[in-house]
Design a protein around this ligand. Structure first.
Ligand code: TXA
Ligand code: MG
Length: 504
């Protein structure tokens, strides 16, 4: 498909260009356009086939509903069952603007637009190009962010071109957006108004109008067990190609830590990127350093974050370290996007500049094979370090010694586990400075369900980037040998990572 690219000036909108774009939308085609938040990929929201094209152009999962964009208040009543009084209050204050509200849909809105849901998300953007286009396109434009699914949202037309050239009918370049983060989503359909996605309109701003407002727990907590109410929030969004780690703590300590991490990566022949602020920029000594904005002006950070993440994709760095941002106000939306991009990898630094662990716990089912193997190996390799290493099981009915074949393999490698007895993981084992490594995803889930406040819970594979090893139980001695070798590789990677992060 040939994607036509046109430029429109928001301050002096050329109506003939808008008409042409509107005609495409009425014909069921796709047009990307600027809004004040991010660029949207528009299609007629009331035409199921047109909406379906959005999903294929973006590679978006079909259960992730679209936001319907309107330009006039009266349009709302025609697509929803009812308008709660609170919605009217919010609209009076924040529409047109970066706020999306969830309503019960009526039969005019196809399920293809709402991902099968009975509710519909509606927003009235303030960007004048968007408003005119919506009217010209029939009044109801479904528009997700105009990026390929999984990439940072586009904040300028060139980002859209990078992702969607040849896949959509038209791109309207209206210059860089003014906000840079997607709209705040509020659900008013069930009791207390709840923020499903933080954005430019903050909790405090909403509370000024509505009184108490809640925040969907799923967007605050790092574990993936709670299903977010906005389906799109469950996907790994905004993911840069390189591994992104956020470093959190006192500013000067963060700079020192990032400098050190960058240096270590470079010593391994790797390219490291740094996301920082204007204030700290001069203090960085190496790596590919980019500022997102000024700490004095959070809006500047919101505006540039996605573009910087995209830039790092082009720069082909191996890893990125980012400073962390304050959470109140707009910072909450910034950190929400950044944490997602980092898949919640955060290095926390204490007042001395060190984020030290005091315990590593290996968790397996019975605590008789891989757990004690990992425990024994780690103790051996960390001899002399002040760190406690234990292994625990999730289904230990009574204490058992290490499996005989596992023990034989350990002894032949010079590690003795005399007197070892398996034990069930309990609350007493845990603490803040404790790293929990499980063998399987399922075990990780079980641990997080039982101890949701526990921050550092990973599978061994996830933490080390190594392949898992088959459970040797019931197999030959050689199977146990292979398991031991793989666990040793994982333990080596783990120690490498922990020493790099200065956690041990
Ligand atoms: O600022 C924005 O909102 C931008 C611009 C283009 O308007 N649009 C945008 O759309 O960010 P998108 O598709 O990238 O994100 C829409 C989010 C998803 O997380 C989706 O799951 C959620 O809105 N959503 C849509 N309809 C919903 C519904 N009925 N109930 C709950 N969440 C819904
Ligand atoms: Mg999006």
């Amino acid at each position: 498909m040939n994607t036509s690219y046109i430029t429109i000036n928001e301050a002096a909108v050329d109506d003939s260009k808008i008409e042409a774009a509107g005609t495409l939308l009425k014909e069921g085609r796709l047009v990307a356009f600027p809004t004040e938040t991010v660029y949207g990929l528009g299609a007629n929201a009331l035409d199921e086939e047109a909406a379906a094209k959005i999903y294929s152009a973006k590679g978006r999962p079909s259960d992730n509903p679209l936001i319907v964009h309107i330009a006039d208040w009266d349009a709302l009543g025609l697509i929803v069952k009812e308008i709660p009084p609170q919605a009217r209050l919010l609209a009076d204050r924040f529409w047109p603007g970066p706020l999306t509200m969830i309503f019960q849909k009526n039969e005019r809105v196809p399920y293809g637009t709402t991902g099968g849901l009975e509710t519909v998300a509606v927003r009235m953007p303030s960007n004048r190009i968007a408003q005119k286009l919506i009217r010209a396109g029939g009044g109801y434009i479904a528009a997700p962010s105009a990026n390929t699914s999984g990439r940072p949202s586009p904040t300028q037309a060139s980002h859209v071109l990078d992702d969607l050239d040849g896949k959509i009918d038209m791109i309207i370049d209206g210059g860089p957006v003014s906000i840079g983060l997607e709209s705040t989503i509020v659900d008013l359909s069930e009791g207390v108004p709840t923020i499903l996605r933080p954005g430019y309109i903050t909790k405090e701003m909403l509370e000024e109008v509505l009184g108490h407002v809640e925040v969907d727990q799923a967007i605050i907590r790092s574990d993936s067990d709670i299903v977010p109410k906005a389906p799109g929030m469950k996907y790994k969004h905004y993911a840069p190609k390189a591994d992104l780690v956020i470093v959190e703590g006192k500013s000067s300590m963060v700079v020192a830590k990032i400098n050190e991490l960058v240096q270590m990566k470079q010593a391994h022949g790797l390219r490291a990127g740094v996301i920082c602020t204007e204030e700290s920029f001069p203090s960085y000594e190496g790596g590919v350093v980019r500022t997102v904005g000024s700490r004095q002006d959070e809006e500047s950070i919101a505006k540039h974050l996605f573009a910087v993440l995209r830039e790092f994709d082009d720069l082909e760095v191996d890893c990125i370290y980012s400073e962390s941002f304050e959470a109140p106000g707009l910072g909450q939306a910034i950190m929400n996007r950044l944490l997602k991009a980092a898949a919640h990898q955060v290095v926390k630094i204490d007042h001395k500049g060190v984020s030290k662990l005091n315990r590593i716990i290996f968790v397996s089912n019975s605590g008789t094979i891989s757990g004690p193997m990992a425990e024994g190996l780690t103790k051996e390799k960390l001899k002399g370090k002040e760190i406690d290493v234990i292994s625990r099981g999730l289904v230990v009915l009574f204490p058992e010694p290490i499996n005989q074949k596992a023990e034989a393999v350990m002894i032949s490698n010079g590690i003795r586990m005399d007197g070892y007895r398996s034990a069930q993981l309990t609350k007493e084992d845990l603490g803040d400075a404790c790293l929990i490594l499980t063998r399987t995803e399922k075990q990780k889930k079980t641990v997080l369900e039982a101890y949701p406040e526990q921050k550092q819970v990973y599978t061994l594979c996830e933490f080390t980037g190594e392949e898992d090893t088959p459970n040797p139980y019931g197999g030959e001695l050689a199977d146990y040998g292979r398991c031991f070798e793989q666990i040793e590789r994982m333990v080596d990677r783990m120690i490498e990572r922990l020493s790099m992060e200065r956690s041990i």
